[in-house]
Ligand binder design. Structure first.
Ligand code: NAD
Length: 279
C-alpha cells in the first residue's frame, strides 16, 4: 500500500514512521524543505532507538527504503492521502479542493484535523466528497493506539470500512466518531487545558503544581505538559476552531495567555520552551 502524507510536522512524521514500520510505502511531503529534513532525521533517530531497544526487528535501511520525501505527492499508484498540514480551515479547504481534482475516485483522502469539520472539507470537493473522511491520530503517533475515524456528511460506508482496515494494518484501533467540533477526544479535553490555564492565572496553583497533582490523581500527563507536547500553537488553533464552530460557547473560550505564548514563539517542546524548558 502507498500512503501520501501531506505535512512533515509532528503528526505527519509520526504517521509516516508508523506506516513504514508496518510495511507500507510512504511519500512524506511538505512545502518547506527544512521541515522535510527535520522529519527525516526524527524518523531515523526514532527507528534507530527502536532497533537498539529490540522493539524493531528489521535493519534501519529496510524501514527507510519504504520512505520517500517530496515537495508534493505523486498521483499514480496511491491508495491513501493523509493530510497533516496546519490547523487552519481555509488552508485545509484549499488542500482538499486540490486533492479532489488531482486524485481519481479510488484514492481515499483523509484529514488528520483535530477539530475542523470534515463536512466543511467535503464541501470543497466538487468530484467525489464521499471518499473523504477524518483519520485523527494522536501524539506521539507511534505510542498512541487510538485513531478517531470521522464520518462527514458525505463519507461513504466503503470509506469507513477502508479506514478501519487501514488503522488495523497500522496497528491502531479505529473508532468511528461523528463530525462535531473537536470530535470526541478534543471536546472532552478542551476544559482540561482551559480550566488549568485559568487556575494557574488566578494563582490557585502554579502550572507545575497543577501538572503534578493531576498526574498524582492518575492522569498520565498534566495539562501543561500535554500542551507542551502537542504544541501550544496547535492547541490554541484547535481551541479557537472548537470555540468558533460551537458559535462561541463560553466553555471553549481560549485563554489570553495562549495567544501571548504563541506570538512569543513559546510553542512547547518543538521550540525548546513552553511552560517548561527543554534541551
Ligand atoms: P506542525 O506545525 O508540526 O506541522 C505542520 C506541517 O505542515 C509543517 O511542517 C508545515 O510546513 C506543513 N505545511 C504547511 N502548509 C502545507 C501544505 N499546503 N501542504 C502540506 N504541508 C503543509 O503541525 P502538527 O502538530 O503536525 O499538526 C498537523 C495537523 O494534525 C493539524 O491539523 C493538527 O490539528 C493535527 N493534530 C495535531 C496533534 C498534535 O498533538 N500536534 C495531534 C492530533 C492532530
Amino acid at each position: 500500500m502507498t500512503i501520501v502524507v501531506l505535512g512533515s510536522g509532528t503528526m505527519g512524521a509520526g504517521i509516516a514512521e508508523v506506516a513504514i514500520i508496518q510495511g507500507q510505502h510512504v511519500v512524506l511531503t511538505d512545502p518547506d524543505p527544512a521541515a522535510r529534513q527535520r522529519a527525516y532525521q526524527r524518523i531515523q533517530k526514532s527507528l534507530q532507538r527502536g532497533i537498539e531497544k529490540g522493539r524493531l526487528a528489521e535493519p534501519l535501511a529496510t524501514y527507510i527504503s519504504r520512505l520517500a520525501l517530496a515537495d508534493s505527492g505523486p498521483t499514480q499508484d496511491v491508495d491513501w492521502v493523509i493530510e497533516a498540514a496546519p490547523e487552519q480551515l481555509a488552508l485545509k479547504q484549499r488542500i482538499f479542493e486540490d486533492l479532489d481534482q488531482r486524485y481519481g475516485e479510488s484514492v481515499w483522502l483523509a484529514s488528520n484535523t483535530s477539530s475542523i469539520a470534515i463536512s466543511r472539507l467535503q464541501a470543497r470537493a466538487a468530484r467525489f466528497p464521499e471518499r473523504i473522511g477524518g483519520l485523527h491520530f494522536f501524539n506521539p503517533v507511534p505510542r498512541m493506539a487510538l485513531v478517531e475515524i470521522i464520518r462527514g456528511l458525505d463519507t461513504s460506508d466503503a470509506y469507513l470500512a477502508s479506514a478501519r482496515e487501514l488503522t488495523r494494518r497500522l496497528g491502531k484501533t479505529g473508532v468511528v466518531v461523528p463530525d462535531r467540533p473537536g470530535f470526541l477526544v478534543n471536546r472532552v479535553a478542551r476544559p482540561y487545558y482551559l480550566e488549568a490555564l485559568r487556575m494557574a492565572d488566578e494563582g490557585v496553583a502554579t502550572f507545575a503544581v497543577v501538572d503534578d497533582v493531576m498526574e498524582g490523581a492518575g492522569f498520565p500527563m498534566g495539562p501543561f505538559r500535554v500542551m507542551d507536547l502537542v504544541g501550544i500553537d496547535v492547541n490554541l488553533s484547535v481551541t479557537k476552531s472548537v470555540y468558533e464552530q460551537t458559535y462561541w460557547d463560553e466553555r471553549y473560550r481560549p485563554h489570553p495567555w495562549q495567544e501571548q505564548l504563541v506570538e512569543r514563539g513559546t510553542w512547547g517542546r518543538k521550540s525548546g520552551r513552553g511552560f517548561y524548558r527543554y534541551e
